[in-house]
Write a protein that binds this ligand. Structure first.
Ligand SMILES: [Zn+2]
Length: 264
């Protein structure tokens, strides 16, 4: 990108210089064309070159405008719409409840916690949101404790993090649940997170789904439940075992939260 711009500028410079040189050394230009050197023609050419240069500058300035639609990676300056917002992150399972377990022994509870902690850190370091985790260690927390914590805090968003599993072992991809009675805002948040996760991890897009899980039913705010890949699929288990994948998942969730709050 930068290199093309540099090349463009160099080309214009060379073009300008060569025309100016032709103008200042009549004997050089004479060999090419006498007609060209007539005063009127010279002025005409110079004007043309200057306008071309200006047009090019305007064009490149327009292209340097930040792409605001890509709100995931670029956030406009100014007061953050996340300031003071209460975000509750809910790593599913924990303690004696491992959640789903992969064929190679990867436990859902560990992946959930790792991703949630990474999202927590990203939000803490880069936004003025008030962020909470329903658990920050490998301990058991009941579903009722999770939802009542979010309700007590008066959270704005509740995001439950899970990894999927299928008995047939053949399912793959990412899906996001909101309660079937959820309002527009919850579905919008779900859309942003699903979109960012699919884009970042490159896994199959299983879409948004209505569900009736306790944590999205009993919480009184925009709540959703993410199922980030299938631990029952060998390839996705191997992927989720890598810390780089978990970091990318966290970055995607973070970007989705930012995009939602900046665009609503
Ligand atoms: Zn789960």
């Amino acid at each position: 990108m930068l290199r093309t711009k540099l090349l463009q500028r160099l080309l214009i410079l060379v073009l300008l210089l060569s025309l100016l040189l032709t103008a200042s050394f009549p004997q050089l230009a004479e060999a090419r064309s006498r007609e060209l050197l007539k005063k009127d023609n010279l002025e005409f050419i110079l004007k043309g070159v200057v306008s071309l240069y200006l047009l090019n500058r305007i064009n490149s300035m327009l292209r340097e405008e930040p792409a605001i639609e890509d709100a995931g990676s670029r956030v406009p300056a100014g007061p953050s719409p996340l300031a003071g917002k209460i975000i509750v992150l809910d790593p599913g399972h924990g303690g004696h409840d491992p959640g789903a377990v992969g064929a190679r022994g990867l436990k859902e509870k560990d992946v959930n916690l790792d991703i949630a902690r990474r999202v927590y850190r990203l939000l803490q370091e880069n936004t003025a949101a008030r962020v909470y985790l329903t658990r920050d260690t490998d301990r058991f927390v009941s579903l009722a404790e999770r939802s009542s914590l979010a309700n007590r805090l008066g959270a704005d968003s509740f995001i439950s993090i899970h990894i999927n599993a299928a008995e047939n072992g053949r399912e793959r991809g990412i899906e996001t649940y909101a309660h079937h009675s959820a309002g527009r805002e919850a579905w919008a948040l779900a859309w942003y997170l699903q979109e960012q996760l699919v884009r970042e991890l490159g896994l199959k897009d299983r879409g948004l789904k209505a569900g009736n899980f306790h944590v999205i039913r009993e919480t009184r705010m925009d709540s959703l439940l993410l199922e980030i890949g299938f631990i029952s699929d060998a390839a996705e288990e191997a992927l989720l075992a890598r810390s780089s994948t978990r970091e990318r998942a966290a970055q995607a969730i973070y970007a989705g939260i930012l995009a939602y709050y900046h665009n609503r």
